[in-house]
Design a protein. Structure first.
Length: 141
């Protein structure tokens, strides 16, 4: 079932199942970091929340573009990073910024939420090693 889900996701992302199976994880350089510029951990915010993404040691490239030491952002709301070697899902928890966006206005319901950034490669898969932020918590009033 898991293999079928991964292959289905690859096809949805425009990568054939054969090509996806042959892909090796995209390497990330030592010291690469993704982080939140804003909001800050523990901050109380209003919706829509302006989320600004920070990146150190790598560059931004849209999904589908293969350039060394680049990727694009994925925001995980109230969830965790995908398992190593699998693409970031497309669902309400995992928001893709495949055009290379570095900030977004995100609608969140009132209450506490966790936010996590995952840098994805040209097929939305985490790098090796993964470039993932510290998980932060915000309260929406």
């Amino acid at each position: 079932m898991k293999r079928a889900l991964v292959l289905s996701t690859a096809v949805i992302l425009g990568v054939s199942a054969v090509a996806f199976a042959q892909l090796k994880p995209t390497p990330s350089p030592a010291g690469a970091e993704v982080y939140f510029i804003s909001p800050k951990d523990g901050e109380t915010v209003t919706s829509p929340v302006t989320v600004k993404f920070g990146l150190k040691g790598m560059g931004i490239a849209p999904a589908g573009v293969t350039m060394e030491n680049t990727g694009h952002h994925h925001l995980v709301v109230d969830g965790d990073a995908p398992p190593a070697g699998t693409p970031v899902p497309t669902d309400p928890t995992h928001i893709h910024y495949g055009k290379g966006q570095t900030e977004a206005a995100v609608d969140l319901k009132p209450g506490k939420h966790t936010l996590l950034l995952v840098l994805g490669d040209f097929v939305h898969a985490p790098h090796n090693p993964p470039v993932v932020s510290k998980k932060i918590t915000v309260t929406v009033k």
